[in-house]
Design a binder for this molecule. Structure first.
Ligand code: PLP
Length: 425
């Protein structure tokens, strides 16, 4: 099946007489006939037993997202933040370090730089545009993974997968990618060497601003056994899990070791699981994702081109626009389009940006992005408020920056609204 078809048919294929639309299984628990049966489930978690581990509705959506990304397994989480957290905790413990591109989502910067630090896990920041040699030089003996974002929110830098994957794999280390802005419609990181993908499904995947969620997808490609033999790292992928009756992740689950471990250890213990109802909404969003991504990209390109013509704008970032710093990388990794978000920097800094935003009538000022309706945000005073000036610069943000997230409205109406904003500066 091609990706548009997968969006409609993967994950749930009703049999004769079954509902055409994936049902919501609103039950946290399951009934069994014997004590032995339940005991077996604790040895080998192969059936539904409790919603913290798995739910039939969620599982359909997990299968669909795994299929869209080309992975062997997927686990939904209650938010994108939970997905990023668990993706790293599945590999790093206190005393370990990991490398992250400095150009990533503000919430992830907080999580990695402050909260994981409190848990004894060090994040080593590396410039998204660092050379291969600079990336390799950043590894420490205790480094366990590398993290980057396909198109960073909101700096709109494009991640050079081949360079980063080669650097990570030269050290026997897996590469985790936040693919939220591109979605698997426009970029499939596994095809470029990434090992794990995470998503905030709250954004384009849902698209309608009706559910919050996240996903972790395992490519099944990382060779944990080889890495363990050569570096001694990832012992808990290979050796029996004391907390789960001696389950061996690679031994018992092969290519799905990472995602099974994320579920059986981390979801079991942290419990940040999604509701079946949320998975149902997410699935509705996924069904139309290819159509929507196409339109978001068309609108965003026109918006970026329009901003370029204004003398009130200091700079326009949109990797789909010729002349953009990341145009060539975007052509390579996202030839069919990048995303619907355009970042602009307004001349006159913070004050001018606020005036522009407050004058908009159609586009709403929202703490959200990648919605079906056009929305705007001022990162320096909202999502990235906690960052120091230095961190803001590293994340590609300044006081005049506005994140303009194009919706699916008619482009003429969006441009008319932008004209109102510009007139107010
Ligand atoms: C929003 C976002 C997140 C966090 O997702 P939540 O669902 O809000 O927890 C992570 N990464 C990116 C790129 C995002 O845009």
């Amino acid at each position: 099946m091609k990706i548009e078809t997968k969006c409609l048919h993967s994950g749930y294929q009703p049999k004769n007489g079954e509902p055409s639309v994936m049902p919501i299984v609103q039950s946290t628990t399951y009934r069994f006939d014997s004590c032995d049966h339940v005991a077996e489930l604790f040895d080998k978690p192969t059936e539904f037993m409790y919603s913290r581990f798995a739910n039939p509705t969620c599982e359909c959506v997990e299968k669909k997202i795994a299929d869209l990304e080309g992975g062997v397994g997927c686990m939904l989480t209650s938010s994108g933040q939970a997905a990023s957290l668990l993706s790293v905790l599945n590999l790093c413990s206190a005393g370990d370090s990991f490398i992250a591109s400095s150009s990533i989502y503000g919430g992830t910067i907080n999580l990695f730089g402050f909260t994981l630090k409190k848990l004894g896990i060090e994040c080593i920041w590396v410039d998204v545009d660092a050379s291969y040699e600079e990336i390799v030089a950043a590894f420490k003996p205790n480094t366990k993974c590398v993290f980057g974002e396909t198109i960073a929110n909101p700096a709109l830098t494009v991640f050079d997968f081949e360079k980063w994957a080669k650097a990570a794999h030269s050290q026997n280390i897996p590469l985790i990618i936040d693919n939220t802005f591109a979605t698997p419609i426009l970029c499939r990181p596994f095809e470029w060497g990434a090992d794990i993908v995470v998503h905030s499904t709250t954004k384009y995947m849902d698209g309608h601003a009706v559910q919050g969620g996240g996903a972790i997808v395992d490519s099944g490609n990382f060779d944990w056994e080889k890495a363990y033999k050569e570096t001694g790292k990832f012992a808990d992928m290979i050796e029996p899990d004391e907390s789960y009756h001696g389950l061996k992740y690679v031994g018992d689950f092969g290519k799905a070791a990472y995602i099974v471990k994320a579920r059986t250890q981390l979801m079991r213990d942290f419990g940040c699981y999604p509701a079946a109802q949320s998975a149902f909404y997410l699935n509705l969003g996924l069904e139309t994702l290819p159509l929507r991504m196409k339109r978001y990209c068309e609108n965003a390109k026109k918006v970026a081109e329009f901003f370029k013509t204004s003398d009130k704008i200091a700079s326009v970032s949109y990797p789909g626009l010729e002349g953009d710093k990341y145009f060539d990388l975007a052509q390579k990794y996202l030839p069919e389009g990048t995303c619907g978000v355009v970042s602009i920097s307004i001349k006159g800094g913070r004050q001018a940006a606020v005036r522009f935003m407050d004058a908009l009538k159609l586009a709403s000022d929202e703490v959200h992005v990648a919605d079906i309706r056009t929305c705007v945000l001022h990162p320096a005073s909202a999502t990235h408020r906690q960052l120091t000036d230095e961190q803001l610069v590293a994340a590609g943000i300044d006081g005049g920056m506005v994140r303009f997230s194009c919706g699916l409205e008619n482009i003429d109406d969006i441009i008319a609204d932008i004209k109102l904003g510009l007139a107010a500066i």
